[in-house]
Design a protein around this ligand. Sequence first.
Ligand code: GDG
Length: 455
Amino acid sequence: MAVRLVIVANRVPNPRERAATAGGLAVALRDAVARRDAMWFGWSGATAAATAAEPRVAQHGRLTLATLDLGEQDYRHYYRGFSNATLWPTLHYRLGLAQFSREDYAGYREVNRAFAAALAPLLRPDDLVWAHDFHLFPLGAELRARGCGQRLGFFLHVPFPPYDLFCGLPRAQELVADLAAYDVIGVQTEQDAANLRGALAAIGQAGAAARVGAFPIGIDADGFTRLAERAERAPETERLRQSLIGRGLVIGVDRLDYTKGLPHRFRGYAQLLARFPQHRGQVSYLQVAPVSRGDVAQYRSLRRELDEWVGRINGQHAEPDWTPLRYITRAVSRPTLAGFMRLARIGLVTPLRDGMNLVAKEYIAAQDPEDPGALVLSRFAGAAPELAGALLVNPLDPDEIAERLDEGLSMPREERAARWRPMAEAVRQGTAKAWCRAFLRALEGTASVAEAAAA
Ligand code: GDG
């Protein structure tokens, strides 16, 4: 019988949430746990007076869901504080935005301890444990401290910056040292892997540095293509098509997050309209940006800044019958997004830094092979090395964004198809399923650090 897979992540998805509305990661991992014995452990998403000591356990076929409610204090310090306001900006190279407090850091460590204490008694000796993302740097070390000898894997979904930068964060060395408890330490790109190896080597953890590997995440490409094909004639897509009256559509889809480069992108679009007047009245840019982390101050100020940009661009350029920039801060259903992406002549994806960026891959998968659109992509997205046919930009340069937009909008069909084909192939090869398999193969193939130490 195959060994059980235990996924540990900050959030456990709601089993009733339909795959059609779930994000890329939930879909990828759902596939990983589908046809085997598995457990998914993490925060329920609810808060209580204090963090629960015992998880709530529910069985769904062969999948066990084990969830903890977080105490209000822990939510503030671990989640909103250290994870979202300290680690998130630092790992995205934005040290200047990071807010550090010792209370937040203590809360972060405390929740990792509480997770480990609640998880350890549920583990079987031959379980494969796979922890996800920056919320859980210390989890492996906490499990080891409780005598867990299982194979422990860790995957970081966001970038890992050069050590010198990461070191600007107080207690950075402790966090890097925590990672040495894991048997396989996965990151998205070779660049992240080199940075993380450098960090581990710098603190004298050469052995752990050798256990770092790049495992670029992907999407269910065929599934997304089918979704886009089906949505092509759906009423929502039809309404959007009719509203365009033949104008070229530029689409952006991002959580409303300062790493996604939205103000710079809006400036780039404004530059397109100012510098390339032939596109005025001929193009419409739809930005879908569902609000996220609305209770973190920086996200609220970003939202105000974007509201201003939308007003400025439309105020300056709109005509009575033309709105240059359409902006939606609600979430749109996944099939509808797929249909919109298929309709769009340009996918505009310009994060300042991104671990991977699944939207870029979804845009490629959604295209009609006979008449595909062009992808304008940040060179700082983890997806850039895999998507060589994209029009690459430095997302901080609005003029370059404008120039690549002009290039994409003016590109003949043959060139668009020639650029798209190898990208479509890459997205079809590097699926979410393949990512999961590669990581788990690496984890199954290693001896546990704990076993090796005991031998
Ligand atoms: C982190 C890393 C890494 C967005 N708006 C709506 C919606 N989405 C979906 C997209 C895509 C997903 O959410 C976003 O994934 P990204 O990869 O683009 O970005 P993050 O959320 O920052 O994810 C990232 C990823 O983890 C996986 O490792 O690639 O670098 O930051 O699937 O389509 N989905 C729906 N409505 C929306 O309005 N239904």
